[in-house]
Design a binder for this molecule. Structure first.
Ligand SMILES: Nc1ncnc2c1ncn2[C@@H]1O[C@H](COP(=O)(O)OP(=O)(O)OP(=O)(O)O)[C@@H](O)[C@H]1O
Ligand SMILES: [Mg+2]
Length: 263
């Protein structure tokens, strides 16, 4: 059999592989000032991923941490709306996350002039945009970067899992069995990508965690806490107000989860 020449100038990988690996290394170096990167995720839509991401980010900030919040829902960016950031266009390049009440925010919503304008992109464009958020953005020093993921298990979640060295993901479910099943689906994807599941949060909870217990049992992860179903969440978010910044009872629920994350 032909021996591999140890002095060969051939790269150990095909050039295409090498490029992808280099990109991951490049992003790792660019994000070296960010201590922890945590994704908020479920394969199911509408369970409260953005609500959890926003309120967790501001709870961590209230605890004294330096926090960034990335809207990784590239084509349906809602984070900026939850924060009342209409018309705050980001024109700088490389991208400069915008400071909103002490948290650094980046979202494709900042690149368009109307909140209802559709962003009609195929997967490769979404993946490129995700890369921009890390490769060409000046996040600076952060203790936590919280990533609000879209539902599904394709383009944006996959790009994030492949490109970043994540600390882990927090799964979001509701008490409903269908929501739990889709959180489990997301959890299996995370595990298959070799990333940690930090735990599961039950949102829109009615009391004892039901969906979260189902997820925790199936994936062998922790229940990090429950967030009650409360119409104040939608009313405040529609007004661009962060619930944990104005409502003590809601803050207590999120702070307990944030403390477990920080521990
Ligand atoms: N605990 C709660 N109690 C009541 N309403 C809530 C609660 N959490 C979220 N909501 C509302 O439910 C809706 C969906 O929440 P959110 O947008 O956070 O979900 P999502 O999982 O991010 O959705 P998507 O998959 O579309 O990104 C919003 O109108 C939000 O205000
Ligand atoms: Mg969302």
């Amino acid at each position: 059999m032909e021996q591999q020449d140890s002095n060969s100038t051939n790269p150990p990988f095909h050039p295409s592989f090498a490029r992808v690996l280099n990109q991951k290394q490049q992003i790792k170096e660019k994000l070296s000032n960010i201590k922890h990167k945590i994704g908020i995720y479920s394969a199911k839509g509408g369970v409260g991923k953005t609500t959890v991401a926003v309120n967790l980010a501001y709870s961590l900030k209230e605890m004294g941490f330096r926090v960034g919040l990335l809207d990784a829902d590239v084509d349906t960016p809602n984070v900026a709306m939850f924060l009342g950031m209409h018309g705050m266009h980001e024109v700088a390049y490389p991208l400069v996350p915008v400071d909103r009440h002490g948290v650094k925010i980046l979202s494709t919503a900042m690149f368009i002039d109307e909140s209802t304008k559709p962003i009609i992109w195929r997967g490769p464009m979404v993946a490129k945009m995700i890369t921009e958020f890390f490769d060409n953005a000046t996040w600076g020093d952060l203790d936590y970067l919280i990533l609000d993921l879209p539902p599904g298990s394709s383009d944006a979640p996959l790009s994030i899992m492949q490109l970043l060295e994540m600390d882990g993901f927090i799964l979001v479910t509701t008490p409903q069995h269908i929501a739990a099943v889709n959180a489990i689906r997301a959890g299996r994807m995370i595990k298959r990508m070799g990333i940690s599941i930090l735990g599961v949060v039950e949102n829109m909870s009615q009391g004892e965690p039901k969906g979260a217990q189902e997820v925790a049992k199936e994936l062998g992860c922790e229940v990090l806490g429950t967030i009650t179903h409360d119409n104040k969440f939608s009313a405040l978010s529609d007004s661009g107000i962060v619930p944990v910044m104005v409502d003590h009872a809601l803050k207590v629920q999120f702070t307990s989860i944030a403390e477990r994350i920080a521990d």
